[in-house]
Ligand binder design. Structure first.
Ligand code: ATP
Length: 505
């Protein structure tokens, strides 16, 4: 079932997942608020990522850095100087457009990484005009995406600071402290989840491109001579994914499905680290119920690669508005550590015990994943419909139980059974996020729960009093089983963690 991004935005608002920000004042483009259900799903998503990438790994530790840092951090990283998108401004009405997106929309060609001269030429040759007032465009200008603010009571140049445009840099500024505190040995990663801010010229497509969003990032450091030796690569050799290399793009060829081993053997993916982190990211999504076939990996072509990156691949998802980036995985080499060494005058090299060398490690991979874009992926892949008994189409949000806002709804079949149902509910809720619903017919309550993605419904009926059992209903199949109240917590925990399947009951 495919719905448009606008339909998804409307669904998210209607059911309390995500609201447009400040709507009572007319809204604020590029900002969104997660509602009562959305915040739970988003928290679960972040917790799952943290568990898979930090808690369950020996080689990755986490930090939680501040949003505002010393402005020199962003000068050293290059963001103050060149974190910009090109902008087209209408001479007449002064409306502004992100130039590459405007070219893509108007001419239906790829414009990522296109240079200003090329954009100006295309605007002229194709007589492109302002879509609002048909005015002429000025020459493209760079627009820096950093949000500026002032720290303290003064508003002079010395008090200027920036809201971080990515979580990444604090893994570099805290590098020495983290390495010493956590006694890290190469290769290792430092991870972080947090907010990032970009003053996007034209935010659009709901949560896909906002001005405030969250990222889940890892800086993965290796010895500079070992950028090709990933010890974990064999675990992903057999993993298959649609691959769209720079060469395939240049030849206008189709993306090809292949295993990671094949992609490495053919030299399509250059380093085993890249293969490993790309496959791991894809597996993480699939493991949480996203549809395998909706993903591909795409290599950046030379013109779109950042100045610091040796090689970059994106994990892309087939959104209703096309294949788009979900996660960027860049090989940033030693660019950032060296830049911070130069600007701070501090030594950020470390001693590698294995080779007995003092080295500045390379970030062979920087998996950088958007929380909000991931949220959209899980919502799109979960969204489905079925016909109810009256033939009406109703939504079933088949979101993975680990991500679902609540794991169970607890219902008394009739109001007379409310006391017993409350008892069951109270016994569950300290271990399992669940909710109680007594209003409307039982069919109506199931439908309401299906629509917001509640994986299991527990109904207390007349047999409960007699034999101490309840009905448990599976959202995705509408099948029902009887389970003893005494086993309920255990059963639900097993179902949510996928330790047991519904068919096992
Ligand atoms: P795009 O090309 O779509 O602008 P980007 O290459 O600038 O993205 P990165 O700097 O690689 O993005 O950021 C890493 C991740 O952060 C992205 O893959 C995406 O998931 C998320 N992200 C970046 N910008 C935004 C945004 N404006 N709104 C929501 N998520 C974003």
């Amino acid at each position: 079932m495919t719905i448009t991004i606008d339909e998804m935005a409307a669904f998210c608002k209607r059911k309390g997942f995500v609201y447009p920000n400040s709507e009572i004042y007319g809204g604020m483009a590029g900002f969104f608020d997660y509602g009562p259900l959305g915040v739970e799903v988003k928290n679960n998503l972040k917790a799952e990522w943290w568990k898979a990438n930090v808690t369950q790994r020996d080689d990755v530790v986490g930090i939680d850095g501040s949003i505002i840092a010393h402005p020199k951090v962003w000068i050293a990283s290059g963001h103050v100087g060149c974190f910009a998108d090109m902008m087209l401004t209408c001479e007449k009405c002064k409306e502004k457009f992100r130039a590459d997106h405007f070219i893509e929309d108007s001419l239906k060609i790829a414009a990522d990484g296109m240079k200003a001269a090329e954009i100006n030429r295309l605007v002229k040759d194709n007589a492109l005009k302002c879509p609002k007032c048909s005015g002429q465009f000025q020459e493209t200008q760079d627009f820096n995406l950093m949000f500026r603010t002032f720290v303290g009571p003064k508003t002079d140049d010395k008090s200027v600071a920036y809201l971080r445009p990515e979580t990444a840099q604090l893994m570099f500024t805290n590098f020495r402290l983290v390495v010493d505190n956590a006694r890290l040995k190469l290769p290792f990663g430092i991870a972080q989840i947090g907010r990032a801010f970009r003053n996007e010229i034209s935010p659009r497509n709901f949560l896909f491109r906002c001005r405030e969003f969250e990222q889940m990032e890892i800086e993965y450091f290796v010895h500079p001579d070992k950028t090709y030796d990933c010890p974990y690569v064999e675990s992903v050799y057999g993993h298959r994914i649609l691959v769209y290399s720079a060469e395939m793009q240049a030849k206008h060829a189709e993306a090809q499905e292949m295993s990671m081993k094949e992609a490495l053997d053919k030299g399509i993916i250059k380093t085993s680290w890249h293969a490993y982190w790309l496959a791991s990211a894809h597996r993480w999504f699939i493991g949480l119920g996203a549809k395998k076939e909706n993903f591909r990996i795409r290599q950046h072509v030379a013109t779109e690669k950042s100045h610091y990156a040796l090689d970059t691949w994106d994990l892309e998802y087939n959104f209703p508005f096309g294949w788009k980036e979900l996660q960027g995985i860049a090989n940033r080499t030693d660019y950032d550590l060296k830049a911070h060494m130069e600007h701070s005058g501090q030594d950020l090299s470390i001693f590698d015990e294995e080779t007995k060398q003092k080295v500045v490690p390379h970030v062979v991979c920087e998996p950088s994943l958007g929380v909000d874009r991931s949220f959209l992926v899980f919502m799109f892949d979960a969204y489905s419909t079925r016909k109810d008994e009256k033939g009406n189409e109703v939504v079933v949000l088949k979101i993975h139980p680990k991500l679902a806002s609540h794991k169970a709804g607890v219902f008394p079949l009739v109001n007379k059974l409310e006391g017993k149902a409350k008892e069951v509910y109270e016994s569950l809720r300290s271990d399992i996020p669940c909710f109680f619903d007594r209003s409307g017919s039982i069919g109506r309550r199931y439908a309401r729960a299906d629509e917001i993605g509640i994986p299991f419904c527990i109904t207390i009926d007349f047999d409960t009093e007699k034999d101490g059992t309840v009905t448990i209903r599976d959202r995705d199949t509408a099948e029902q089983r009887r389970v003893k109240i005494d086993d309920l917590t255990n059963v639900l925990q097993g179902l949510v963690s996928c330790r047991i399947g519904f068919a096992d009951l």
